[in-house]
Design a protein. Structure first.
Length: 656
C-alpha cells in the first residue's frame, strides 16, 4: 500500500477505441468504499447537502457509488458527453478566434492522448488536486486543502482554484479520492459545488505506506504491481514527500509493539496523541490499553469522528461505544485509564495544546502522567510543537517522543520504497508529485538513476501531454508541455468566507499586522460662518477607548500642538471648516505624540482646501498627508482610512 501513489495505465489495449483510459489508484484497497471524512467534521452527507443547495438541484446531487458499482476502475469511459459550444456569430473578435485555435490545440483530439494538469500539490505539500485526461475528457484525482503557515491572520484553509474547475466542469467526468486525508479530500465542500451536479465521486477507505506487517493484515501487493509493470505503464506519478528520507519506513507493527511496551510499564495515567486519521494506530493503542487493564477515553472531537467513519465502513479496530466518557475519567484510578487525544501539531484549539496551558476542561496534566507522542512534527509546526512540549514538561509529565522511540511511522513511503515501486512498474514516463519543488526534483533524479528515460517536473497549472511509446525505437521524449493555466489560489476563513486572496484581503491583513492602521473621521461643515473666534476650534478629538489603541486619541485642545502653526484668519475662512478625529491600531504612537502630529496635518489640509472641495478629494488629500506624516515620524506605512462626511451643523459650534 502506498499513500498517494497513483498512476495511469495507457497501454495499447487501453487506447484501442481511442476512448478508454484506465486509472489505477493504488491505495489500501481498490476503489470500494464511499465513506470519507472531510475536515474531521463534515461527512459525505453534508457535502451532498451543500451541493444540492448551491446548485439548485433538489435531489442529492452527487451519486455516491454503491459498493458493487465502485469496484470497477473503468467507470469513467461510459458517460455521454455534454459538449458546450461557445456562441457563434459574426461579431466574434479576432482574439476569440486565436483563443479558439489555442483551445483546439490544448483540448482537441490531436497531440498526445494522455494529459495531466495539476491544480495543486506540486511545489507544495498539501492541496493535492489533479486532472488526468484522455484528450479533453478528465478525471479529477483528489480535492485536497492546505493549511496556511500564516493562520494567525485568520485564514484557515488554502484551496484549489474552484473557478478553473467550474470552467472545466463539462470535461471532468468523475472525481477519484485516493484516501481520506485532508490534503486529498479537504477541499471537497468547495470543489463539489463547482462541478457538474451529476459528477460521480469515488473514494477509498484508509491508506498506508508499504508495510510488510500491517496491522490490518492487508499486505502490499508486490505481485500485482509487477504484473502491471509487465503489461506496460505509460506514466507513473509518485508521492515525493519523503524522498529525502533514506531506507524504508518502519512497520505499523513495530509501532504497536513500542506502544505496548510503554503502556505496560506505565504506573500512572497514559495520555496518547496521534493523527486522528490513523485508525490503525488507534487499534494498536487500544490493544495496549486492554493488555494493561485500562479503559480508553477520547478527548477531542476528530478522533471520534474518524473512528465512527471507519466503524460505519466496517474498518474500525473497535466499537466507539466502548469508550469512557471524558467527563467520567476522574472516577477511575490513574492506572485504570488511557486517554487518546488530539493536538499532536499543537493546533491552537486542540486538547493537548490547551492542556499544556492548563486550559482543557477534561484533561488536567499532572507530574504522574505519561505522554506518548505517536506522531511526527509536520514541517513548519516544529516551533509550536516544541513549545507545547516545554509546557507539558514543566507541568512535570513525562513525555516520550522522538524517532528513536518508534512511536510513529510515516504514512508516506521513504526513498527505498519509492525506488522499489518504480522498479516494479518500469514506467515509460515518470512524473513526481506530492511535494515541495526541491523534493520533486530529487525524486526525478531517483527515477533517472534507476533507468527511467523520460522524466519531468512540472508546476501547478502546467498542462503536460504524454504519448505512449509504441516500441523501443521511438525517440520522442514522450512528454510535451501543452499550455499553462493561470490558477488562482482560493482561501477559506470563518465558516463561509471563501474567495481569492483579493476577496479575503490577505495582503491587507498582513499589511495592517505589520504596519498598523490609521483611521480619520472628518466632519465637514459648509454652512455660514459663526463667530470668528471659533477658528481655534477647527479641531477635534476621538474619545479613545479599548486596550489596543493605548493612549491613541487626541482630545481637542489637550496638547495644543495643533494650534502652533494655525493659519491666519482670512485663510481659515476661505478653507473648509470641520472636525477631524484620529485613531490608530497596531501602531506605536509615541505616547500620543504621533496622533497629535497626524491630527495637526489633517487639520492643515482641511483648512487649506477650497470650500467646494468634494468629500472624496478631501479624503484623498488627508490620507496622503497622513501617510507622509507616518513615514517621516517612524518610517511606517500604515493602512490609512479617511471617512469624510457632510455635517448640517457646524460640528465645532458651541463645543467649548
Ligand atoms: Zn497527502
Amino acid at each position: 500500500m502506498v499513500t498517494g501513489t497513483d498512476w495511469i495505465r495507457g497501454g495499447r489495449s487501453d487506447f484501442r477505441q481511442g476512448e478508454k483510459l484506465e486509472l489505477v489508484a493504488m491505495a489500501a484497497a481498490p476503489l470500494r468504499s464511499a465513506t470519507w471524512t472531510v475536515d474531521g467534521r463534515l461527512t459525505s452527507k453534508k457535502v451532498m447537502a451543500m451541493t444540492s443547495s448551491e446548485t439548485g438541484t433538489k435531489k442529492a446531487a452527487v451519486p455516491l457509488p454503491s459498493k458493487t458499482r465502485s469496484g470497477s476502475s473503468s467507470q469513467t469511459g461510459q458517460r455521454p458527453r455534454r459538449p458546450r459550444h461557445p456562441a457563434e456569430g459574426i461579431g466574434r473578435s479576432r482574439e476569440d478566434s486565436v483563443h479558439r485555435r489555442l483551445k483546439a490545440f490544448h483540448e482537441g483530439r490531436t497531440g498526445p492522448p494522455l494529459r495531466i494538469i495539476p491544480i495543486g500539490g506540486l511545489g507544495e505539500i498539501g492541496m493535492n488536486c489533479m486532472l488526468i485526461g484522455h484528450y479533453d475528457r478528465y478525471i479529477m484525482v483528489d480535492a485536497g486543502l492546505m493549511f496556511p503557515d500564516f493562520d494567525e491572520l485568520g485564514i484557515q484553509r488554502v484551496l484549489p482554484d474552484t473557478s478553473f474547475i467550474h470552467r472545466w466542469r463539462d470535461k471532468i467526468e468523475a472525481v477519484v479520492i485516493t484516501h481520506g486525508h485532508e490534503d486529498h479530500i479537504g477541499a471537497l465542500p468547495w470543489v463539489v459545488p463547482a462541478l457538474d451536479p451529476s459528477t460521480p465521486i469515488f473514494a477509498t477507505g484508509f491508506t498506508m505506506q508499504i508495510d510488510e506487517s500491517p496491522v490490518d493484515g492487508q499486505v502490499f501487493d508486490r505481485v500485482g504491481l509487477e504484473q502491471i509493470g509487465k503489461e506496460g505503464v505509460t506514466l507513473m506519478m509518485s508521492d515525493s514527500t519523503n524522498v529525502l528520507s533514506p531506507g524504508r519506513t518502519t512497520s505499523e507493527k513495530d509501532v504497536a509493539d513500542a506502544l505496548m511496551r510503554r503502556v505496560l510499564a506505565a504506573k500512572g495515567r497514559v495520555i496518547h496523541t496521534q493523527f486522528a486519521s490513523n485508525v490503525h494506530r488507534l487499534g494498536s493503542i487500544k490493544a495496549a490499553a486492554d493488555a494493561s487493564g485500562r479503559k480508553m477515553c477520547f478527548i477531542g472531537l476528530s478522533l471520534k469522528t474518524y473512528l465512527e467513519a471507519a466503524h460505519k465502513d466496517g474498518q474500525a479496530p473497535f466499537d466507539p461505544s466502548i469508550l469512557v466518557n471524558a467527563a467520567d475519567i476522574d472516577s477511575y484510578a490513574p492506572h485504570e485509564i488511557l486517554i487518546a487525544t488530539t493536538g499532536s501539531q499543537a493546533e491552537p484549539r486542540a486538547v493537548l495544546n490547551l492542556a499544556s496551558f492548563g486550559g482543557s476542561k477534561h484533561l488536567k496534566l499532572t507530574k504522574d502522567d505519561l505522554v506518548l507522542y505517536s506522531a511526527k512534527m509536520i514541517p513548519g509546526n516544529e516551533t509550536r510543537v516544541v513549545r507545547m512540549m516545554n509546557r507539558i514538561t514543566e507541568l512535570g509529565s513525562e513525555v516520550i517522543w522522538g524517532r528513536g522511540e518508534n512511536l510513529h511511522t510515516s504514512g508516506h513511503a521513504y526513498r527505498g520504497e519509492q525506488e522499489e515501486v518504480i522498479k516494479l512498474l518500469k514506467p515509460q514516463h515518470f512524473l513526481p508529485v506530492h511535494g515541495e519543488f526541491a523534493f520533486l526534483k530529487e525524486h526525478e533524479k531517483l527515477a533517472q538513476s534507476i533507468g527511467v528515460r523520460h522524466t519531468t517536473v512540472i508546476k501547478n497549472g502546467e498542462m503536460l501531454g504524454v504519448s505512449p511509446l509504441r516500441n523501443a525505437r521511438v525517440h520522442s521524449n514522450g512528454f510535451s508541455l501543452l499550455g499553462k493555466e493561470k490558477l488562482t489560489t482560493m482561501y477559506n476563513d470563518g465558516d463561509k468566507g471563501f474567495g481569492s486572496s483579493v476577496d479575503l484581503a490577505v495582503e491587507e491583513r498582513m499589511h495592517i499586522a505589520v504596519e498598523g492602521i490609521v483611521i480619520a473621521s472628518v466632519e465637514i461643515y459648509r454652512g455660514d460662518d459663526h463667530l470668528e473666534e471659533e477658528e481655534e476650534e477647527l479641531d477635534g478629538g476621538w474619545e479613545e477607548i479599548g486596550p489596543r489603541g493605548g493612549i491613541g486619541g487626541v482630545d481637542d485642545g489637550g496638547m495644543g500642538e495643533g494650534e502652533g502653526d494655525v493659519a491666519p484668519e482670512h485663510e481659515v475662512r476661505r478653507g473648509l471648516r470641520g472636525r477631524v478625529r484620529i485613531t490608530t491600531r497596531c501602531m506605536w504612537v509615541d505616547g500620543g505624540r504621533l496622533l497629535e502630529r497626524i491630527h495637526t496635518e489633517a487639520v492643515k489640509v482641511l483648512r487649506s482646501s477650497d470650500r467646494n472641495t468634494s468629500l472624496s478629494a478631501v479624503e484623498r488629500d488627508i490620507s496622503s498627508a497622513i501617510r507622509k506624516v507616518c513615514r517621516k515620524y517612524n518610517n511606517k506605512r500604515p493602512e490609512v482610512v479617511v471617512i469624510a462626511t457632510e455635517s448640517a451643523n457646524d460640528p465645532n459650534y458651541g463645543r467649548r
